[in-house]
Design a protein around this ligand. Structure first.
Ligand code: IVH
Length: 718
């Protein structure tokens, strides 16, 4: 068998072969550098760059005389550790809750009124403006000068794209009459005309270079992709636009109302959306929604709804936010776009908790500018209720990022060969029995730890954005590592580097097609080039110190997602405290059990799930192995430093300075726990007029009692 020089171990190369190999490597590395540093669309997903360099260095060492004049070792081409520096926002960038119909909007307004305890005579004004479908950007102006631009990232920390933002004509470098320090928030977008022109240009360039064209799917992707270019010259050549819609940190009060603030933005020189109006009631809001909807196709850029915001900023402050979204704003989405296609097959996917989810495989069809070929079918009942059969013609819809759904079957078009789907009773992956418990809609695989599908999904969740968020380690890479036996559980991610250095494994990252097969060029696998193996290791090492809520979320405990993970992190302060409490709470008679249930927001289902997670020895062992590789941080210091962090407070009597919801929300936000009844564990009782038995219990137990004003004074400045 003839072995190509590319496959030969360095030791076996003849000098002639070594020379050929050095030439090949020099070319490959130069190409990789070019696409890494200069190209707008990294066509090679990168990595083995380092393996190529290592091989080159080994050959040069074995054959020093053959070292080339253009040797890659001469160039400091090492890729930076991350594409962009991370940048922490001065205030978190929140997202928005959605309203899908008029009733949701009416309820939103009623919620706002209730929270603020406003009587019917008080008018609440809202601003209404288009929700731009682009990429959000945070601009920091100091003394009126733009000094930093960052993407949203996970809301706390984004990527520093300042050099790119400076190339966007809509974004002023200087603001007139701005506060000393101001974070401006807005959306970067691309107009329809510019989007089509850009795709046409990219297609021409691809044809000229003999590459497959790889157009952007929609203007939003084009905007986000163009903003995150390594080379600002490429961003500059992309026609990006910007609208400012809000702010984060501001060193002084910018206005009294949202409408005034946006007006002031305009005077400072920021582009603001001209379709912004002030509405005095629900009818006005819905009226504006309808008129923007009518304008939608003529705007020339993508919008996906209308955002309503409480106009008075003091009310916005009082309303605050819950989870990741403000209570004072909501996005009223436009109805989903629909299309007709054929259901070609139904596959079963196994999720991280073993849930068997049917997925519709569709004849590809364009809906709202995006090609759709899969839709969720939710569960067995859904298929039966809608009488969906394979071969049917179906109406599908998608709204924004939501997974497309099948709305209805066109039974009049049903072909004679359409067949009913027999829902499997065994897991299609590990073949364990899949059972549907009494009262449950979901059928679950009972394979647990032996089911590879569940293991992979758990690992994907572990590295996901809200969890460990390891750059360069996404779902596809996890699948490959899992299939190659390199990563079976979370701790394995953190031992990759040591195993590679110790020669135990040989980590190669090769460019792959969507179906997972390697891409070959001249019969050789193509090394990826966006990120080298070393970059992956450093991204992994960056995450050895991890914020507590991320770690708790990453474990994938049922019913414990981002929000509950935050609640537990705040309540327990450290991972050990959380784990010890969960283990101790196994015994219902232990105080740990009532403490767990006493945490605001934790009900019996969540508590049971946490307890049973830590009752499973395999889980505990996997967690211990993980903990020997990482260092969880204590819960957020700002909250831990507050005088009420971890303290339990009871509100009683008729509160006058705030509503009960407001009092509770504010207390939670500063790290306190809120309880409904007074016990020896209560730290403070905040009593309004008319307080009765709880006040009495507090004085008998010697619990500190305070007025609303005293409580507010204590929270002042937090
Ligand atoms: S206000 C705290 N206004 O929508 C509220 N957001 O789903 C912050 N967006 O990440 C958002 N147009 O990038 C607001 N007129 C608008 C918007 C808008 C687009 C984006 C924004 C945010 C996302 C939330």
């Amino acid at each position: 068998m003839i072995q190509s020089t590319a496959d030969k171990p360095v030791k076996e190369l003849t000098p002639d072969e070594a020379a050929v190999e050095l030439a090949r490597l020099a070319q490959l590395i130069a190409e990789a550098d070019k696409s890494y540093f200069g190209e707008d669309r990294p066509s090679l997903t990168d990595s083995e760059y380092d393996a190529l360099r290592r091989r080159n260095a080994l050959i040069e060492k074995a054959f020093p005389k053959l070292r080339r004049a253009d040797s890659p070792s001469e160039r400091v081409g090492a890729a930076p550790a991350g594409r962009f520096e991370k940048s922490r926002h001065l205030r978190p960038m929140l997202s928005l809750d959605n309203a899908f119909d008029d009733l949701d909007v009416t309820e939103f307004v009623a919620r706002v009124r209730r929270f603020l305890a406003l009587d019917e005579t008080v008018e609440v004004a809202f601003t209404a403006e288009p929700k731009i479908d682009g990429a959000s950007l945070n601009l920091l102006y100091v003394d009126g000068a733009l000094i930093l631009a960052a993407t949203r990232g996970d809301g706390e920390e984004g990527e520093n794209v300042t050099a790119n933002a400076l190339t966007i004509a809509d974004i002023p470098r200087r603001l007139a009459g701005a506060p000393e320090r101001l974070e401006v928030r807005g959306e970067v977008y691309m107009s329809h005309a510019d989007f089509f022109a850009l795709n046409a240009r990219l297609a021409e360039e691809a044809a000229r270079d003999g590459r497959e064209p790889d157009p952007f799917a929609n203007p939003r992707n084009a905007a986000a992709g163009s903003l995150r270019q390594i080379d600002p010259a490429i961003t500059a050549a992309r026609p990006l636009r910007f609208f400012a819609y809000g702010w984060g940190e501001a060193s002084e009060k910018i206005a009294v109302t949202q409408a005034e603030a946006i007006n002031r933005f305009r005077k400072m020189g920021l582009p603001v959306n001209p379709q912004t109006v002030r509405c005095l009631n629900v009818a006005d809001m819905l009226g504006h929604y309808r008129s923007i909807e009518a304008l939608r196709s003529d705007l020339g850029y993508d919008i996906d709804g209308v955002v309503y915001k409480v106009d008075r900023l003091d009310w916005q402050d009082r309303l605050g936010f819950v989870s990741r979204a403000p209570r004072w704003a909501i996005a009223h989405k436009f109805p989903a776009e629909q299309a007709i296609t054929v259901l070609e097959a139904i596959d079963i996917q196994v999720g991280r908790t073993g849930a068997l989810t049917p997925v519709a495989r569709l004849r590809p069809v364009t809906v709202g500018g995006v090609v759709v070929s899969n839709a969720t079918l939710h569960n067995q009942d859904e298929i039966e209720r809608k009488d969906i059969r394979i071969g049917d013609t179906v109406v599908i819809q998608r709204a924004g990022d939501v997974i497309p759904q099948i709305v209805e079957v066109r039974t009049e078009m049903r072909p004679a060969r359409a067949v009913r789907f027999a829902f499997p009773e065994n897991c299609p992956i590990c073949h364990s029995r899949a059972i549907r418990e009494e009262g449950e809609v979901v059928r679950r695989c009972t394979g647990g730890l032996i089911c590879p599908a569940q293991a992979i999904e758990r690992l994907k969740h572990f590295v996901s954005r809200q969890a460990f968020d390891i750059e360069g380690l996404g779902s596809k890479q996890i699948e490959t590592f899992f299939a190659d036996g390199l990563v079976r559980e979370p701790a394995d991610i953190f031992t990759l580097e040591a195993r590679q250095r110790g020669g135990e494994i040989n980590l190669f990252l090769w460019k792959r097609k969507a179906d997972g097969t390697q891409i070959l060029r001249d019969g050789q696998p193509v090394a990826t080039n966006q990120r080298s193996v070393e970059n992956l290791f450093s991204a992994i090492n960056d995450r050895r110190r991890i914020a507590l809520p991320r770690l708790i979320n990453a474990l994938g405990i049922r019913h414990v997602g981002e929000t509950n993970a935050r609640i537990f992190a705040t309540a327990y302060g450290s991972f050990d405290a959380f784990r010890n409490a969960a283990v101790a709470a196994r015994d219902n008679a232990e105080p740990a059990y009532s403490e767990l249930l006493g945490i605001e927001g934790v009900g019996p289902i969540v508590a049971a799930s946490v307890i049973s997670f830590f009752a499973e020895p395999h889980n505990c062992e996997a967690v211990s192995r993980l903990l020997s590789e990482i260092e969880p941080e204590a819960a957020a210091t700002t909250i831990a430093d507050s005088p009420v962090a971890g303290k339990t407070v009871v509100f009683t009597g008729s509160l006058e300075r705030f509503t009960r919801d407001e009092a509770k929300a504010r207390a939670l936000a500063v790290g306190a726990k809120v309880a409904g009844s007074v016990s020896a564990k209560t730290d403070f009782v905040v009593a309004g007029p008319g307080a009765g038995s709880k006040l009495k219990a507090a004085s008998e137990l010697g619990v500190k009692i305070m007025t609303e004003d005293e409580w507010l004074a204590m929270l002042d400045g937090l």
